[in-house]
Design a protein around this ligand. Structure first.
Ligand code: HEC
Ligand code: HEC
Length: 342
C-alpha cells in the first residue's frame, strides 16, 4: 500500500493559518476595552520546549492517533473515543468499554488541549505527553502495555519514514510515541467562531440576543467566575453540586481539602455538542437544563463551590444565554484521515 508520509496538509494549513493571522497583521479592534479583550484568541499554538511542535511529529502523531494497533485487540484507537465528527469526544454518556464501571466519566474533547494545564476530569495527568500512556494501558480502554505497542509498531515498514522524519531515525520508543501523540493533539484548535469575530470587532457577527447572553454570562449569572478567558475555563476544579457519587479531585487530595471533594475540572465551553451529554457524568442533555441547574445552585454540601450562587433569570434571558454559548461554536475541524502504514 502506498504510504502517504504527509497526510497532514490540513493541519499544516492550520498552523499556517494561525501564524499567518499575525503575519497578516490581523488585529483585534484597537483600543477595545476589557472585558472583551480578556477573550482574545492566542495567535499561535503552545508547545513545551521539551517537545517543540513540528509538522513531522504531528503527522506521525496523527497516524498513531487513528491506529487501532495501539490497542491489544487491534480494535480501538484514540479516535474511537475522540472522534473528529463528535467534536473529538464520543457523544456517549459513558465511554466505550466502561458500561459496567461505577462512576465512569464521560469522554472529554481533546480540542484546544495544547493549553491544558491539568488533564483528566480530576487533573491526574500534568501533560499531554504523560497522559498518552494512560488510555493505552487502561484495561477497559486500549488494554495494552507500552513494550507491547513498541514491539508491534517497530516492524511496520510504513512507520519507518514517519518516525525518521519526526525524530531523525526510525527507532520506535515510548517517548517518541507520546511526544508525537501530544504534538498531533496540539494542532487541534477550535475554528474561529462568531464570538471570536465579534471580539475582533465585527458587531454583526453575533445577534443582539447573544450579546445580552454574554452580559448575563459575565454579570447576573456569573458563569465567568469559573469559565474564563478565550477557552472559557479557569483550568481549576469545583464542586458544582451535581448528584454524582464520584468525588473526583477529592480522591487525589487529603480529605481535609473540603472544596476539592466532588470537584471536577472546569470544561471549556467552546464547540460543545448541541445536545450533550454534558458534565463528567454525562447527566445533562441541553444547555437550558445546564443553566437551570446553575439557577438553583445544585446540591448544598460543604464542598460546593462558593461561586455557586443561585440566581433568577427570565425564560427569555435563559435563551439569550444559550444563544451566546452557541456563538462559541466554530464548527467541526476538517480532517483527512491518515493512511494506515503497513
Ligand atoms: C475508551 C475510550 C477512550 C480511548 C480509546 C481514549 N480515550 Fe482519551 N479519554 C477518555 C476518557 C473517558 C477520558 C477522561 C477520563 C478521566 O478524566 O477520568 C479521556 C481523557 C483524555 C484526555 C484529557 C482531556 C482533558 O480535558 O483533560 C486526553 C488528552 C486524551 N484522553 C487523549 C487520548 C489519547 C491520546 C488516546 C489514545 C492513545 C485516548 N485518549 C484514547 C476516553 C478514551
Ligand atoms: C463554580 C464554578 C462554575 C460556575 C460559576 C459555572 N460553571 Fe459551568 N462548569 C463548572 C465545572 C467544574 C463543570 C464540570 C462539572 C462536572 O462535570 O462535575 C462545568 C460544566 C459546565 C458545562 C458542561 C460542559 C461539558 O463539556 O460538559 C456547561 C455547558 C457549563 N458549565 C456552563 C455554565 C454556565 C452557562 C454557567 C453560568 C450560568 C456556569 N457554567 C457557571 C464550573 C462552573
Amino acid at each position: 500500500m502506498e504510504v502517504r508520509t504527509r497526510p497532514a496538509l490540513r493541519f499544516m494549513g492550520l498552523l499556517l493559518t494561525l501564524s499567518m493571522l499575525t503575519a497578516a497583521g490581523v488585529s483585534w479592534a484597537a483600543g477595545d476595552a476589557a472585558p472583551k479583550d480578556a477573550y482574545r484568541r492566542p495567535d499561535g499554538i503552545l508547545s513545551p520546549s521539551s517537545n517543540p511542535l513540528t509538522v513531522e511529529k504531528a503527522t506521525l502523531g496523527k497516524t498513531l492517533f487513528f491506529d487501532a494497533r495501539l490497542s491489544r485487540d487491534g480494535k480501538m484507537s484514540c479516535a474511537s473515543c475522540h472522534a473528529p465528527d463528535k467534536r473529538w469526544s464520543d457523544g456517549r454518556l459513558r465511554p466505550l468499554g466502561a458500561e459496567n464501571i461505577v462512576n465512569a466519566r464521560r469522554t472529554p474533547t481533546v480540542l484546544n488541549s495544547a493549553w491544558l494545564t491539568a488533564l483528566m476530569w480530576d487533573g491526574r495527568a500534568s501533560s499531554l505527553e504523560a497522559q498518552a500512556v494512560l488510555p493505552i494501558t487502561t484495561p477497559h480502554e486500549m488494554n495494552f502495555d507500552m513494550p507491547g505497542v513498541i514491539a508491534r509498531l517497530q516492524p511496520i515498514q510504513g512507520y519507518r519514514p514517519l518516525f525518521a522524519q519526526a525524530f531523525g531515525d526510525a527507532d520506535v520508543n515510548q517517548k517518541r510515541i507520546t511526544q508525537a501523540l501530544a504534538s498531533f493533539q496540539r494542532t487541534l484548535v477550535s475554528n474561529i467562531s462568531p464570538f471570536d469575530r465579534w471580539v475582533a470587532g465585527d458587531e454583526t457577527a453575533i445577534s443582539a440576543s447573544a450579546k445580552r447572553g454574554f452580559t448575563l454570562f459575565e454579570n447576573k449569572a456569573k458563569c465567568v467566575a469559573c469559565h474564563k478567558s478565550w477557552r472559557f475555563t479557569d483550568d481549576s476544579f469545583h464542586d458544582i453540586g451535581l448528584r454524582s457519587e464520584d468525588i473526583g479531585r477529592g480522591a487525589k487530595v487529603p480529605p481535609q481539602v473540603t472544596l476539592m471533594q466532588h470537584a471536577f475540572k472546569t470544561p471549556s465551553l467552546r464547540d460543545l455538542p448541541i445536545n450533550g451529554p454534558y458534565m463528567h457524568d454525562g447527566s445533562m442533555f441541553s444547555l437550558e437544563e445546564v443553566i437551570k441547574h446553575y439557577e438553583k445552585g445544585g446540591i448544598e454540601r460543604k464542598s460546593r463551590s462558593l461561586e455557586m450562587k443561585p440566581f433568577e433569570i427570565s425564560d427569555e434571558e435563559r435563551l439569550a444565554l444559550v444563544e451566546f454559548i452557541k456563538t462559541l461554536d466554530g464548527g467541526p475541524l476538517k480532517v483527512d484521515y491518515p493512511w494506515m502504514p503497513e
